[in-house]
Design a protein around this ligand. Structure first.
Ligand SMILES: [Zn+2]
Length: 369
């Protein structure tokens, strides 16, 4: 029998009951905050398409990292956005020992010990053409040539203090090339967070504004995944695990919850999901117009990502979530009023010196009741 014995609404009646039976929790400990790095000193440059997100010079980024760590956010993901004049055809700046990411890694390693430092390992922010690797004459990204540079970059980042390197260019064999290079150079403890299933996505628009990494020609569909595919995402992820990935990733997250679930069920390493710039900025834009409640929407989106199967969430809301997740949702105003009125009634009904009601007369025993 179902109804009326079973009434699922019983456990939804109050915030306390709802909290007790909640199945999914986003925790501050699940969050990774991306940080964009720029040249200069004392710089905190606004990114118009990502309200509340900035490009920081290394010194300012260290202060931001301290703040994030004080909010108990365990990890940051670093992207370097160097000046135009330091970009070239292959992205050499990516493995320069005085590159932005390398400098930030060293400073944060020293000044924010305990914070997990993850370095984005790619070339699109460092090449003049904005693609994620070395081009051939036909302007195609050369997979195997790019692997050599990925190895150089990962080793340089490890040497600067990265806990994890994060190859994001979707080159075949990237994880293996990086693992071999790290091990050969003695960095056996540095891990790899692989952007395993990274789709060519319209949701990256605002990020490209932030990272100044829009390709000058073409797009990235020759190496990033086609958004129509899910089995391929599982294959990509399984290959990365075989090659030695310590953490795998699905990117973007919101339109790919089914992919997160499929990957979660296929591999047994921690799974990160990248709640990307477009997912963030569209909520920001709608909230600014008063069309949507940013906090509630962000909590719902990130919880959905977690419920789909992600263990870690890379999100531009990391700092806000660190505060929001600590707050208890308020009971609605009418509920509060109701409770206050009930309390008032209760005091009226049982006044302190109320006369005791007379005892009811003893009824004679009745047969048959
Ligand atoms: Zn890239």
């Amino acid at each position: 029998m179902s109804f009326p014995i079973h009434r699922l609404r019983r456990l939804r009646r109050s915030e306390g009951l709802r909290r007790l039976v909640r199945e999914t929790h986003v925790r501050v400990g699940d969050l990774i905050a991306p940080i964009f790095l720029c040249d200069g000193e004392g710089q905190r440059q606004e990114i118009p398409s990502m309200p509340g997100i900035y490009r920081y010079s290394v010194d300012a980024a260290v202060e931001e990292a301290k703040l994030l760590y004080s909010l108990k956010i365990p990890a940051v993901l670093l992207f370097g956005v160097p000046h135009e004049r330091r970009k070239d055809g292959v992205g050499k700046e990516a493995w320069a020992s005085d590159g932005l990411v390398q400098k930030a890694l060293r400073a944060m390693h020293e000044q924010v010990p305990g914070l997990v430092l993850i370095a984005d390992t790619c070339f699109c922010e460092y090449t003049e053409h904005g693609h994620c690797g070395v081009l051939n004459a036909g302007k195609e990204v050369q997979n195997d040539r790019t692997l050599e540079n990925l190895a150089l970059t990962a080793v340089s980042q490890a040497r600067s203090g990265a806990d994890l390197v994060a190859p994001s260019g979707m080159m075949d064999g990237a994880v293996q090339a990086i693992r071999t290079a790290l091990d050969t150079q003695g960095f056996t403890d540095v891990g790899i967070m692989a952007y395993s299933a990274k789709y060519a996505s319209a949701f990256y628009g605002p990020f490209r504004d932030a990272a100044d990494s829009t390709p000058s020609f073409g797009d990235r569909r020759q190496y990033q995944m086609d958004f129509h595919n899910i089995r391929e995402a599982v294959r990509e992820t399984e290959l990365d695990v075989e090659e030695g990935a310590d953490i795998v990733m699905v990117k973007p997250a919101l339109a790919y919850l089914d992919v997160i679930r499929a990957v979660r069920e296929s591999v047994h390493v921690p799974l990160a999901a990248y709640n990307v710039s477009g997912e963030f900025s569209m909520v920001k834009a709608a909230a600014k117009r008063g069309w949507i409640d940013e906090k509630r929407t962000a909590l719902e989106i990130t919880t959905g990502i977690k419920r789909a199967g992600a263990d870690l969430i890379i999100t531009y809301w990391a700092k806000d979530l660190a505060t929001w997740l600590e707050e208890l949702p308020a009971e609605p105003a009418d509920k509060k009023k109701e409770a206050a009125e009930a309390a008032k009634r209760a005091t009226k009904v049982v006044p302190a010196e109320a006369p005791k009601p007379p005892k009811p007369p003893k009824a004679p025993p009745q047969a048959g009741t």
